[in-house]
Write a new protein. Structure first.
Length: 568
């Protein structure tokens, strides 16, 4: 726990050392003003006559130092109000500063994590559960935010506690030592509850992650769930996971309320003990006893708040560790940035040389000894049974996957050396197209901004969508719905094809883009590809041999190997 807490504090400090130092300085100043405000009560109490004819004590020295005898009651009350006002102002500024640090730190974590995710390798993405990433970016980040808040509260309470103990020690050192000893013993006694809070935090992370994963899986498969009438079965499963989350949170609250209960009971015992020691053993006079009890009324809640803050920070630490673990995984799978000055501005030829690819922990190669080439403007078709390696071949051509052995050569350069410029030349249409909940025009211009409307209509003509869109009441401003639900499968495919073409790619890669379409929509896609033949290089993965009549070359894959290459 201590190592994770240290990592959390170091990470927070490195985020903005200046603001953290300013916050710490402000906390010290505020603590001093709180102490001075407490001392400012002495003149008021003295002017009431309570300390009249008292014997010389340490308290007398403090009162002489603050100039009790030179103040009227009105002046003393004015000083007290002034000090409280200053303390209130400082506390407000401190709260604003803490909120700024807290929100800034959470934004920093979120942005850094998202940037790392965006630049990680594709092979990491396809091996990672998306719900885990989503859980970390949302739920765990918010828990770290709360941990950040309670960490500041812990520092504030410790600082205040130190000031009050100094004041108490100046008045009654013996009683103060007793308070310190008793408070330390209580913190030590309750330490197992803090460790229990951390374990509860681990369970909260685990169960909430499982709940989010199950919910996403359930919603993604809701059509099948309703088709087979297994709503109750899924409900029972989700209900059990939610009850696990509830139990984890209940355990956390149980520990917290147990701490609060113990503190209230111990406070009553301790107050009685302080009274007994002060009166029967130390024989404190009235003024010292009164002031000590006043300080004690400040000290004990601070000790309680320290324990509460420790409990809350302990619950949040597993969330911070989840973020750290994800960051470590991502950093270990970052894309290699190439420093090559080589660039590709046009495609002359592409060559696969002895390309083999193994997924991690895979014994059998997904692709093995792939050798072929094609030139600018050619129409290459790749066919094969499911699992033959077609999509993996497409991912290597896209630059998303790096060959385990062998290499892809573009215009005499290794693809890995011209990756950045290569990304500007490619267009890609997958089988499962991506459309977001926005207008047709928003989706078309998602990749390429500022496209003239006449160019949009020209491309829509090419993919046989212009007439359909013109008939819609809102035309290009028609909302496609979540994942394009307001459009048919063929319309979605052609809309994504139009979006890719608006990017003006030099090579267009289609991965089973028409496999789920009916004959009519399939023919529309094929017509669009036929019209594009010769204008740009085409690499089309398909399982339908009837759609290959326009191809210049047909590559057949079987069990990860090239079975044959047919020149058409």
């Amino acid at each position: 726990m201590f190592s994770s807490a240290r990592s959390f504090i170091i990470r927070l400090y490195r985020f903005n050392p200046k603001l953290l130092s300013l916050s710490f300085l402000l906390t010290l100043i505020l603590s001093l003003f709180e102490g001075i405000s407490l001392v400012s009560l002495l003149p008021i109490l003295s002017l009431t006559g309570i300390f009249h004819n008292s014997t010389h004590t340490r308290l007398d020295g403090i009162m002489n130092y603050v100039g009790v005898h030179n103040l009227t009651l009105l002046n003393a009350l004015s000083v007290f109000i002034f000090l409280i006002a200053i303390s209130a102002y400082l506390k407000r500024q401190q709260s604003l500063l803490i909120n700024k640090i807290q929100q800034g730190f959470i934004s920093h974590l979120t942005f850094e994590l998202y940037q790392l995710l965006a630049t990680t390798t594709w092979i990491y993405w396809i091996s990672k559960t998306k719900s885990d990433i989503n859980h970390t970016l949302t739920h765990e980040i918010m828990r770290v935010s709360m941990g950040c808040y309670f960490l500041f509260q812990l520092l504030i309470n410790l600082s205040m506690l130190l000031i009050y103990l100094v004041l108490s020690f100046a008045i009654a050192p013996e009683l103060t030592l007793l308070i310190m000893l008793f408070g330390s013993a209580l913190l030590f006694f309750l330490a197992p509850l803090v460790r229990g809070s951390r374990r509860a935090g681990v369970l909260i992370s685990q169960h909430s992650r499982q709940l989010l994963f199950s919910l996403m899986e359930h919603l993604n498969g809701i059509k099948e769930v309703k088709t087979y009438g297994v709503e109750n079965q899924n409900f029972d499963y989700l209900r059990q996971i939610r009850l696990d989350v509830e139990e984890s949170n209940s355990t956390s609250v149980l520990l917290q309320t147990k701490v609060e209960m113990i503190y209230k009971i111990v406070a009553a015992v301790f107050i009685s003990l302080v009274f007994y020691v002060a009166i029967k053993i130390l024989d404190l006079n009235l003024e010292r006893l009164l002031f000590i009890l006043l300080i004690f009324a400040k000290i004990w809640p601070r000790i309680s708040s320290v324990q509460t803050s420790l409990h809350s920070v302990a619950i949040s630490l597993p969330a911070f560790l989840s973020i750290q673990t994800l960051e470590d995984e991502i950093q270990a799978n970052q894309q290699i940035q190439n420093d090559s000055s080589s660039k590709v501005v046009e495609i002359e030829n592409i060559v696969f040389e002895q390309v083999s690819f193994y997924f991690p922990n895979q014994v059998r190669a997904t692709l093995e000894n792939i050798n072929f080439s094609f030139k600018r403007g050619e129409f290459i078709a790749c066919i094969g049974e499911s699992g033959a390696g077609k999509s993996t071949l497409a991912d290597i051509l896209l630059g998303l996957l790096k060959p385990t052995t062998g290499q892809v050569i573009v215009n005499g350069n290794r693809l890995v050396d011209v990756q950045d410029s290569w990304q500007q030349l490619i267009g890609y249409v997958p089988q499962d197209v991506f459309l977001f909940n926005g207008t047709i025009q928003d989706n078309l211009c998602w990749i390429t901004q500022g496209i003239p409307e006449d160019e949009i209509w020209n491309v829509l003509d090419l993919v046989q969508l212009s007439e359909l869109i013109k008939k819609l009441p809102n035309g290009l401003q028609t909302n496609v719905g979540e994942r394009g639900i307001n459009l048919s499968g063929g319309e979605r495919q052609r809309l994504v094809l139009a979006r890719v073409l608006l990017r003006r790619p030099k090579i267009l890669i289609l991965d089973e883009a028409s496999s789920a379409l009916d004959e009519k929509n399939n023919q529309l896609i094929q017509k669009a590809l036929c019209d594009l033949k010769g204008k740009l290089t085409l690499f089309v993965i398909t399982h339908c041999r009837n759609s290959l009549m326009h191809a210049d070359k047909v590559i057949t894959l079987y069990n990860g190997k090239i079975a044959q290459i047919d020149e058409v």
